[in-house]
Each structure stands twice: as C-alpha cells, then as structure tokens.
Design a protein around this ligand. Structure first.
Ligand code: SAM
Ligand code: SF4
Length: 450
C-alpha cells in the first residue's frame, strides 16, 4: 500500500495567487498529495510567489534559504516554486537554488502533476512558457469541494495596461478573458454547494470580453450572473478607472444583487504622477467617475490602492493624493511605497526622493486614511445594514458577515444559519469592523448537504 503524501503550500501576494493555490491543491490531489498546514509533515513544498513589490520577492528568497536545512534532513523532500517570481526568474532560479526541484510559471499550472512525478524520479526542470489562448488550464476551475458562502471566480487573467511601475503584464502575460459559458457554468455549480456570493476576479475586470470576438462585455456578464438561480450577491475586483463605462455604472442602479461597493484604485491624486504612471485618466476624470457612480447608486462605498513615492513625486503631488482621499472618502485603502521592478518603464525614471521621506509620506497617508475609515465606520452606527452571514465568530453565539458596502460586521444571534441574508443594526464602530444586533432574517438559505 502506498503511503499518503503531504503537500505544504505557501501562498504569497494577491487574491489571484490564492485562487491559483486552490487549483494547485485540487490538481495535486490527483497525484496523491494532500494539503497539510504543518510543514514538518511535508513531502512536497510549493511556494506560490508574488513579485509585485521587491519585498514580496525578498521574502521568497529568504524562505528558500530557510528550507535548505529541511531538505538536508529529508533527502526526498520535493521543493517547487510557482507564481510571479518563478515566471520572472525561470531557469535562473533553478540554477541559483540547488536544492530546488522545479519552477513553474503563471501559465503552467496544468504541468504540475507531471513536474512532480519527474521530481520524484530525481529530475529538475523549469517551465515558464506563456500560453496565450483560452485553452489554458489556469483559466478553468479545477472542481473541488467548496466549503464557503462566498467565492472568487476568475473571469480573466493577465493585463495589457502596462502601468509604468507594474510588473504584472510581464509575469502574468497578455490579458485574456475566460469564456462566459464556462464562467456561468462554474457559478451555477458553486451555488449547488451553498455558495451565495461570487466575486468576479481579474486584474482589470471591466475590460472583460472586449478583446475576444463574439464574447459579451462585462456589464452583460454581470447581468447574466445575476440571473443564476441561488446567487444572492455579486462583487468584482479589480476595476481600472479608465474602463468604467456607462453600462457598468447603470448596473449599480439596476441590479439589486450587485453589491454597493467598488474597489477603484486611483494610485495617485496628481495629474503629473498619473501621467507618468501611464494610468490613462486624469484626477478630474477619476472624480467624475466617482460622482457618476454615486449618482447611480447613492449608498455605494469605495476602497482603493495608492502608491506613494513614485519617481519624481513632489510634496505638492503627494498633497494632491491626500486631497483626493478627502474627496472620495474611501472606506479603506491599500497603500504602498513605490518599489522599483525589473523590466518596467518607471525603473528608468530618476527618483530623487529619499526612502525616509517616502516612509514619512506613507505614514501621513495612512494616518489620514485611518481617520477617514473611523469616521465612515462611525457614520454607520444606528443604520440598518443587510449582511450576508459568512460564518460563526470565535466568540460563542456570534456571527460575522459583510454589508453590501463590504464592511465586516460581528453580531450576536441564536438562529440564522450561515448563508442567510439578515438585517443588522450597527451598534458600535471599531477601527476595522462593526458590531451590530440582528433585527430581521431576510432570506434563509442553508448550505446544501453532500
Ligand atoms: N490590477 C490591479 C489594479 O490595477 O488595480 C491590481 C494590480 S497590483 C497586483 C495591486 C497593487 O499593487 C496596485 O494597485 C498597486 O497599487 C500596487 N503596485 C503595483 N506595482 C507596484 C510597485 N512597483 N510598487 C508599489 N506598489 C505597486
Ligand atoms: Fe498592473 Fe496597471 Fe495592469 Fe493593474 S492595470 S495589473 S496596476 S499594469
């Protein structure tokens, strides 16, 4: 009888990688490897990596160094690296890290079972070729049992925008949309396992379908998803401000299932920096989009991403970012110090501002955002919010879920099953979450058996 084999998988970076990791787990189950959270049991270790910022990349190299000792103690331990660092480094990574067995790129997940079998035979290899057609396996779901109320569904991969700071187009390849029929079939299958909310995932979802002749566009896809029986809520991430169309804005007014939240990264508030970033919109155009969305859907909430210390950013440019934040009043913001990435255009730009000054700008930006987040959260106290219950909190008798605007709420309740949509009155606002009390169960729905 063959012994059960264990896979320890570590995921770095964004939701796209989390989604890929789920596929890796499902694929490798077929070769007899089962996931374990305990690295000491591992027969196979895979690092699914991110290279969007230099820090994320450094983490991978540090981790690989630490794994050397583990490999020395367990000679048949297999070690693989996938994701964006793998794509970027390819065979170089294999040459630089002698205890590494294989490297697989962002388009090569489907080769994994064979690569693992080759590693078991003692072979070492790197596969990082791009496959730019929609037959790619990483665009497809690899069916596995879903145990969740809310689920990410990949609708497109890659990016053609080439923002001057960003490595994604180089490590994830050209933008490619998954077939709408496959997406809708996956969502229908997910509802049968109890999923009630889907979050449509891609680097730039609002350009979905535009480059695939005969395919529907993103607003049409949203309307089709809303028709799938069992789906109660729809979210999507991420949107590019330059691609927000009128039909998409109309969806917020017309589709009750579409959550009233948009993650709309501005990246900067100054026209000079936006142009140098190659973002394709001005501050004014961004704000006009925000206004149009608020007009169509007055209760819509916004989150975003900001980069501080982009090459050449002056104090005045930075202040324009702070003033944009005051105007939009994001509920939350992911903020980063600019990180120079290989191959990108901005890597060649003069960057006279020192790192200490950039850290100080980040501190100022984050403290402003903290104030806005707290004020926004406080403004919800006393309001009734529709919450989809995602699970039970660690504290007994407490549940958690999200408002349509994407704020996490914890509340006490006896009855409502996970997966129900309930009305919760907000009683207290903490910095990152809200506390509330149940007022009404609006739609009961329990997870399906089996
Ligand atoms: N496609 C999405 C978009 O355009 O918003 C997200 C792409 S990226 C994985 C997520 C965020 O990382 C970006 O929105 C940006 O704020 C940040 N980012 C990307 N490249 C960066 C860099 N070189 N330095 C600092 N932050 C960066
Ligand atoms: Fe990167 Fe810009 Fe594409 Fe987003 S839109 S992935 S920031 S190049």
């Amino acid at each position: 009888m063959t012994r059960e084999k264990w896979l320890y998988l570590e995921t770095f970076g964004c939701q796209m990688n989390v989604s890929d990791s789920e596929k890796i787990i499902a694929l490798l189950k077929g070769t007899g490897y089962h996931p374990t959270p305990d690295i000491s049991y591992a027969d196979l270790i895979i690092l699914n990596t991110c290279s969007v910022r230099a820090k994320a990349e450094e983490k991978v190299y540090n981790h690989l160094t630490q794994l050397k000792g583990r490999k020395r103690k367990k000679r048949d331990l297999i070690l693989g690296v996938g994701g964006c660092v793998a794509q970027q480094e390819g065979a170089r990574l294999l040459a630089n890290v002698p205890h590494l067995n294989f490297v697989f790129g962002t388009h090569n997940l489907h080769l994994l079972p064979e690569m693992v079998r080759a590693a078991e035979r003692g072979e070492r290899q790197a596969e990082v070729g791009f496959i730019d057609n929609d037959e790619r396996l990483d665009l497809f779901p690899v069916a596995d049992r879903v145990d969740a109320i809310t689920r990410f569904v990949t609708v497109m991969q890659g990016c053609d925008n080439f923002c001057s700071y960003c490595i994604v187009p180089y490590v994830r390849g050209r933008e490619i949309s998954r077939r709408s029929g496959d997406i809708l079939a996956e969502i229908a299958a997910l509802t049968a396992t109890g999923v009630r909310e889907v979050n449509l995932l891609g680097q730039n979802v609002n350009s979905y379908g535009l480059k695939s002749p005969g395919e529907m566009d993103f607003p049409t896809l949203l309307r089709k998803v809303a028709e799938v029986p069992g789906i109660e809520r729809i979210r999507f991430t991420t949107s590019h401000p330059k691609d927000i169309s009128l039909p998409l804005i109309e969806c917020f007014a017309e589709l009750p299932k579409l959550c009233k939240h948009m993650h709309l990264p501005a990246q900067a508030g100054s026209n000079a920096v936006l142009a140098a970033m190659n973002r394709g919109y001005s501050r004014d155009e961004y704000l006009k989009t925000i206004t149009a969305l608020k007009r169509a859907c007055p209760s819509i909430r916004f989150t975003g991403d900001m980069i501080v210390g982009f090459p050449g950013e002056t104090e005045e440019d930075f202040r324009a970012t702070l003033s944009l934040m005051e105007e939009v009043r994001y509920d939350d913001l992911f903020s980063f110090i600019y990180s120079k990435r290989p191959e990108t255009k901005a890597a060649d730009y003069a960057d006279p501002v020192g790192f200490t000054e950039k850290q100080e700008r980040l501190r100022r930006l984050q403290s402003l955002q903290q104030r806005i987040t707290e004020e926004n959260n406080k403004s919800l106290v006393g309001t009734v919010q529709e919450v989809l219950i995602e699970g039970e909190s660690r504290r007994e008798g407490q549940f958690y879920g999200r408002t349509s605007g994407n704020r996490v709420v914890n509340f006490s309740a006896d009855l409502p099953p996970v997966g129900s949509i309930v009305d919760v009155v907000i009683t207290r606002a903490n910095r990152n979450s809200l506390l509330g009390e149940l007022t009404a169960v609006k739609a009961a729905g329990q997870k399906a058996e089996g």
